[in-house]
Design a protein around this ligand. Structure first.
Ligand code: ZN
Length: 207
């Protein structure tokens, strides 16, 4: 395991603190007015890149209590992968130097449900989306019966796929410039939980 950059951990803690505020109904996001947009009119310096589902219930800025300019968000159905998605993340890493990439799966994801219904058929419709989920089912057939388990396994698979297909992201991780956090949003509690085994070593209890 590579060292996890301290900056990445601090930003992860900040986002999880924001999530706690959201859950407790103490939402106090700053930097959400036109003034912030004006200040950032010709530049941006986001803290983190978030890959989240397009699902209307998964809104990273709200669940992490973040304002304008704080998160570089790539949203795509089921956090499924394709070249444009990977290159969008690469832009955040290489050009904006974000030290944290947060992969955010969630409960009751329509893509997971659809993949469970159609597996193992590949049809013309939604071909790219299904191609990103089927390898996970192929690897663990028990995921066919548990939608949220499939979403979590898929989020872990997304990290592996990105590292295998992006030199820019892989090098950033190897050079201790980036940490990839795997997370899952529970709809009923609003809680974003960490799927990272590696983070057991890190004291997150003071969030
Ligand atoms: Zn979804």
């Amino acid at each position: 395991m590579n060292n996890i950059p301290s900056t990445s951990i601090e930003i992860l803690k900040r986002l999880l603190r924001g999530n706690k505020q959201f859950i407790q109904g103490k939402y106090e996001a700053k930097n959400i007015t036109i003034e912030t947009l004006k200040e950032l009119s010709d530049h941006q310096n986001p803290h983190a890149c978030v890959l989240s589902c397009s699902d209307s219930r998964v809104v990273p800025e709200l669940i992490f209590e973040a304002g304008i300019g704080e998160l570089f968000v790539v949203r795509v159905a089921g956090i499924t992968l394709g070249l444009n998605v990977i290159e969008s993340i690469e832009y955040a890493i290489k050009k904006l130097h974000t030290p944290l990439l947060l992969l955010l799966g969630h409960d009751n994801c329509g893509v997971m449900e659809y993949a469970q219904k159609t597996y193992p058929d590949i049809k013309e419709d939604f071909k790219a989306i299904l191609s990103s989920v089927y390898p996970v089912i192929e690897n663990d057939k028990t995921a066919l019966n548990d939608e949220n388990k499939l979403a979590k396994l898929h989020t872990l698979w997304v990290e592996k796929y990105i590292l295998n297909h992006s030199r820019i992201i892989k090098n950033a991780v190897l050079n201790n410039e980036l940490y990839i956090a795997k997370c899952h949003l529970c709809h009923n509690s609003g809680e974003v939980s960490l799927l990272d085994d590696n983070l057991e070593k890190i004291k997150l209890e003071d969030i």
